[in-house]
Design a protein around this ligand. Structure first.
Ligand SMILES: [Zn+2]
Length: 116
């Protein structure tokens, strides 16, 4: 069984996404994870994120089992209005929980007010 290199939070990345995530992390030495953004058309937007929540790679768009992204994405570049799901697939070892929360808030705009 191959070693699992990437762990996802929230929901597991799909097989095709995992392959992309691993490829992006390999090309992004500063990356601690990859933001995965799923669009309603089936295309994906991904970018490596560094430990400060800053982009560690350029944004990559792809469509699983297709040679290119769809016509709509070419037009609007994957508008955020069409985002259906987004999460961060962490590299291993994963950052600590505080760092993960900070990065998620910064990258995904997740606002969690759970203290107190
Ligand atoms: Zn698309």
């Amino acid at each position: 069984m191959p070693a699992k290199k990437v762990a996802a939070t929230n929901r597991p990345a799909e097989k095709g996404e995992m392959a992309m995530v691993e490829g992006i992390l390999e090309g992004s030495p500063d990356g601690v994870g990859v933001a995965v953004i799923r669009l309603d058309c089936g295309c994906r937007k991904m970018a490596a994120i560094d430990k400060n929540g800053e982009p560690a790679s350029k944004i990559i768009m792809y469509r699983d089992q297709a040679e290119s992204i769809c016509a709509q994405c070419k037009e609007d570049n994957g508008d955020f209005m069409r985002v259906t799901e987004q999460f961060i697939s962490w590299s291993t070892p994963e950052p600590d929980i505080q760092t993960k929360k900070m990065i998620e808030a910064k990258v995904l705009g997740v606002q969690e007010e759970q203290s107190n």
